[in-house]
Design a protein around this ligand. Structure first.
Ligand code: BDR
Ligand code: CA
Length: 302
């Protein structure tokens, strides 16, 4: 199993990704860290703890950055509801988060791991940027980063910017300049791999996990008639099934001000950065394979 750490802002699609990370036999989730994004960090931390409780998991949760590095914080409650995980009554006897902040916990777990670890950020990259700047000694202990965020095409927050990168573009810039191998799982693929109404309907027939996710998805204000984007879940699908993706290596720069603030600018001609690359960018995905995998995976959890 691949040792991973998820840094998240649950968030409905984050909840689906965390569900799989906590239960998939090929993933060994070491730590969940939270960040302000879809909702405030007190809520994203609570939501992570609701999920570990739902699955009776003892994976530790550490709360992280309450706001982006430099920009004012803007939530996404219009998409994910005021709580960030509406529509399902989770148990209320929750565990406590770790006493350390996310950045300290990330450092401790990364340095303690017996082999380099894979980081999976599915919210703004604030904790990751703080970690890399505060404790650069972790860098050689990170195998790779598989990050949800960004887009070569149009954004979902502004015309140019995807939400996670828009939330903290300065953090994204630090992450992309870190030298760690990064796969960008952005809107170019997540808006193609919509969870169809057919898959959604079947979720209610595969057990309590499917019922819980179905209840959350029914309150998710993203997508339309063709289906709902599972953005964050695509990171884990990539990790386990890279063959379902088409990728291109290129240099990703991040726009940190102006009207295109938060845009990920891919050097698609390879000219501006002299053919150097800092990212593997997902450009296409097998949407049917994603739907099959998602349903099978949730059904196997039961
Ligand atoms: C990203 O923004 C958040 O609202 C989702 O959880 C996902 O991480 C999609 O742009
Ligand atoms: Ca997210």
């Amino acid at each position: 199993a691949t040792k991973i750490i998820m840094d998240t802002d649950p968030g409905i699609d984050d909840a689906a990704a965390i569900t799989i990370a906590l239960n998939h036999p090929d993933l060994d989730l070491q730590l969940l860290t939270t960040v302000a994004g879809n909702v405030t960090v007190d809520k994203t931390t609570l939501n992570a703890l609701k999920l570990t409780r739902f699955f009776n998991s003892n994976v530790p949760v550490a709360g992280g950055a309450p706001q982006p590095l430099l920009k004012p914080f803007e939530d996404a409650v219009r998409i994910h509801g005021v709580s960030g995980m509406p529509g399902y009554d989770f148990p209320t006897d929750l565990a406590d988060p770790l006493p350390q902040t996310a950045v300290e916990a990330l450092r401790d777990y990364i340095l303690a791991a017996d082999k380099p670890i894979t980081l999976v950020p599915t919210g703004a990259y604030t904790n990751i940027a703080l970690l890399f700047k505060t404790y650069p000694e972790v860098l050689p202990h990170i195998k790779e980063i598989i990050a949800m965020g960004g887009a070569l095409g149009k954004g979902n927050m502004t015309s140019a910017a995807e939400f996670n990168v828009f939330t903290d573009p300065h953090a994204a810039e630090i992450m992309y300049q870190s030298g760690v191998p990064i796969t960008m799982v952005g809107l170019d693929v997540t808006m193609k791999a919509l969870l169809t109404p057919e898959t959604m309907a079947k979720l209610t027939t595969v057990g309590r996990t499917g019922e819980m996710l179905h209840a959350l998805f029914a309150h998710y204000h993203d997508g339309g008639q063709a289906g709902i984007p599972m953005h964050d879940v695509n990171t884990l699908f990539y990790l386990l099934h890279p063959e379902a993706f088409t990728t291109e290596k290129m240099w990703i720069d991040v726009q940190t001000d102006g009207p295109a603030n938060g845009e990920t600018v891919g050097d698609i001609r390879g000219a501006y950065h002299d053919g150097q690359t800092n990212a593997t960018v997902c450009v296409d995905i097998d949407a049917a394979a994603f739907n099959d995998w998602f349903l099978t995976t949730v059904a196997a959890i039961g």
